[in-house]
Design a protein around this ligand. Structure first.
Ligand SMILES: [Zn+2]
Length: 278
């Protein structure tokens, strides 16, 4: 647990890796998943802010059939996640990505929204470039977070993926030691540094428009514009959007979130919870 807190605080302190309450981390031990609480920040999270959940109950969720309609599915899914909390944990709310953390067989999971990674995942040529630069990483097309995302990644994990790139979102790494996670992250960032330098096209380097968010974070922390909320978190998140737009110029130019995803995130209860905590 000490190691989990240490690497969570370490990566959380770098605004180029994650802003405010974005990203999450977890550890598995003796059939228990310890995952970041929703609305907590990696930079400052303490051991008691991780939520302990029963791994067996979490994995049962993958056997269930949920309603197709968004609101009904998300309500039932959330209830099942909350029901997996260990006794004494009922006052905490686990990360929206809890099921995904449970699905990786590795001991530690690190999920970040690095600006350089999102320069790739929020770009027009993102998928092709991801396959070229990171042939062993899984690529997941933009999709609803939580249950839908976890079930999509589940197939890739079954195929052995320990690195997952999420379009218009970020990256997941899974490993048995924090040192391995660090190596995986830095190897990806080094590869991106070279690719960003090699592919840079000044004609594609245009500022992001407030009307077109890149990731759920930008909706949660910057709103949908036109005016930026007057908060430090909004400014940090907007700085991140500007960097993503700049890096995306190396990968065919920026690709904002689809209207369908914007609608979903804007109305999703889990994200309005996170917005209130910010
Ligand atoms: Zn995320």
């Amino acid at each position: 647990m000490k190691q989990l807190v240490a690497f969570s605080n370490f990566y959380g302190a770098d605004p180029d890796l994650v802003v405010a309450g974005g990203g999450n981390t977890s550890m598995k031990e003796n059939g228990v998943l310890y995952v970041k609480g929703s609305g907590t920040a990696l930079a400052t999270i303490r051991a008691e802010e991780f939520v302990a959940l029963d791994m067996a109950k979490l994995l049962q969720i993958t056997e269930k059939t949920y309603p197709a309609e968004d609101a009904a599915r998300e309500a039932e899914f959330l209830a099942d996640i909350l029901a997996a909390r260990l006794p004494g944990e009922e006052h905490k709310r686990p990360s929206v990505e809890t099921l995904l953390h449970a699905l990786f067989p590795q001991r530690y999971v690190l999920h970040l929204h690095p600006n350089k990674v999102n320069g790739l995942t929020c770009s027009k040529n993102g998928e092709a470039e991801a396959k070229r630069l990171f042939p062993n990483a899984a690529w997941i097309e933009e999709c609803r977070p939580g249950y839908i995302l976890a079930m999509k990644v589940r197939e890739k994990i079954a195929d052995g993926a320990d690195t997952v790139l999420l379009q218009n979102h970020g990256v997941f790494f899974a490993a048995d030691t924090p040192e391995q996670l660090d190596t995986m992250l830095h190897s990806m960032l080094d590869t991106l540094d070279s690719a960003i330098a090699a592919g840079y096209n000044t004609a594609l380097d245009v500022p992001p428009a407030l009307s077109g968010p890149f990731t759920p974070d930008h909706i949660v922390y910057c709103g949908l514009g036109p005016d930026l909320p007057d908060t430090d978190v909004a400014r940090q998140s907007w700085d991140s959007a500007k960097k993503i737009a700049h890096y995306a110029a190396s990968f065919g130019g920026q690709k904002p979130m689809s209207d369908d995803m914007i609608q979903f995130i804007t109305h999703w209860e889990a994200e309005s919870y996170r917005r209130k905590q910010a």
